[in-house]
Ligand binder design. Structure first.
Ligand code: FES
Ligand SMILES: [Fe+2]
Length: 406
């Protein structure tokens, strides 16, 4: 197997994106505490960061709290009575206690546990017990501290720079005009998620999902035969496209894949849910996927810099969120969105897909801590990357630009 080779794509990505280069890539940015400190200050405190979906705050008073550990920030996202979704630092303006402790909920106001100061969903301070004992208390100046917040296609982002250098639209750039913008993210879904803390740098986890070179090896027990076929045994992507700091890749599917008996059942109940498709099913794919129009399409993944990947598999989709906790610690969270099941058969297909996905993700994550330990030994100081791993180079180049910016 190790001698497998294919010319399915030639070496076309470095030719298409010569500015990314072909040389060795240093591992120091994955293990250096100094580098992580600079990422913290110059990248995560300046970039637009995904925190959740608009469906998470569908009604007035709905809220959620997002901890952004890398910036020592706790962010409260809440929809006001006026329908506007706002972001605030989740900090009481009295003596800085954490204001909201529940991860999500619905409330008409937020009262601090410490001394009972009360704030409205629009941030106003409205209640101060024993108010007469204060000196020159200006309640109008003691509202919750706002955080710049904006959304695109239902993805909510915040910026921890009070005066972001770019709007969210400018930050997304060309990405917002691409095919992903047509995908029906706003359809009602059944959503569930997994969260795991890993002993590795956040970029190790991002890299693990930024190439398909590993598919025939890491996924030999699960989806190898779903994404490879005899003409493309190493799962060369159908497309890799770079949009400034963001990117996408389109992974092939194998129409000749022979599903097992349970997979066949799942396919019968919800054909657009499953990863193997025939020509007729391919015609019913939702808009926004399969940029090359291939009849051997599997799924598409978009990277929104710095730390989410959005993957669309026909009717269902998911978000990977790689949240740095330390130079060698990362919280990986996967949120999966299925179309609302309309019958027991479709529900069965969801459960089948969950199981397959869980196995698949366990395989992907099985490599990351070993890679981190290997890098930490500083025996091998550079990655030697092939053409199909170009997005790993790209990631590091963009991180480097942020880290070196003044
Ligand atoms: S710290 Fe919140 S009311 Fe005192
Ligand atoms: Fe994988």
């Amino acid at each position: 197997m190790a001698t497998l080779t294919t010319a399915a794509n030639g070496k076309r990505w470095a030719t298409k994106y010569p500015e990314i280069g072909t040389g060795p890539v240093p591992t120091e940015p994955y293990i250096s505490s100094d580098y992580f400190q600079r990422e913290r200050e110059r990248l995560f405190r300046r970039a637009w960061l995904y925190v959740g979906r608009v469906e998470d705050v569908a009604q007035a008073g709905d809220y959620f709290v997002k901890e952004i550990e890398v910036c020592d920030a706790s962010i409260l996202v809440v929809r006001g009575r006026d329908g506007v979704v706002r972001g605030f630092h989740n900090i009481c303006t009295h003596r800085c206690n954490k204001l909201v402790w529940d991860p999500c909920g619905t409330s008409r106001s937020f009262s601090c546990r410490f001394h009972g100061w009360t704030f409205k969903p629009d941030g106003r301070l409205t209640g101060v017990p024993d108010e007469g004992q204060f000196y020159d208390l200006k309640k109008s100046e003691l509202g919750l501290r706002p955080v710049p917040l904006d959304s695109w296609k239902g993805f909510i982002f915040v910026n921890l720079d009070q005066n972001p250098k770019e709007s969210l639209a400018e930050y997304l750039g060309q990405l917002k005009n691409e095919l992903i913008g047509q995908y029906p993210f706003d359809r009602p879904t059944d959503c569930w998620s997994w969260k795991v803390d890993l002993q590795c740098n956040w970029k190790v986890t991002l890299d693990a999902f930024s190439e398909a070179y590993h598919a025939p090896f890491v996924h030999r027990q699960t989806v190898k035969s779903v994404v490879t076929d005899r003409g493309n045994p190493l799962a060369h992507p159908l497309a890799i496209r770079i949009y400034g700091r963001h990117y996408m890749y389109s992974i092939p599917g194998n129409p000749y894949h022979k599903p097992g008996p349970i997979a066949q059942l799942a396919y019968r109940y919800a054909p657009l849910m499953t990863r193997f498709r025939d020509v007729e099913i391919m015609k019913r794919l939702p808009p926004g996927v399969n940029p090359t129009g291939s009849d051997k399409w599997g799924f598409d993944t978009y990277h929104i810099f710095p730390n989410i990947l959005v993957s669309m598999f026909g009717e269902w989709w998911h978000i990977h969120h790689f949240q740095p906790l330390g130079v060698d610690r990362t919280r990986w969270e996967l949120r999966v969105f299925f179309p609302k099941a309309e019958n027991a058969g479709q529900r069965f297909t969801q459960e089948y897909t969950k199981c397959l996905l869980q196995d698949n993700m366990l395989e992907d994550l099985s490599t990351v801590e070993g890679s981190q330990r290997g890098m930490a030994s500083r025996v091998v100081t550079h990655f030697t990357l092939q053409d199909q791993e170009i997005l790993i180079r790209h990631n590091q180049k963009i991180v480097e630009e942020f880290v070196n910016a003044q």
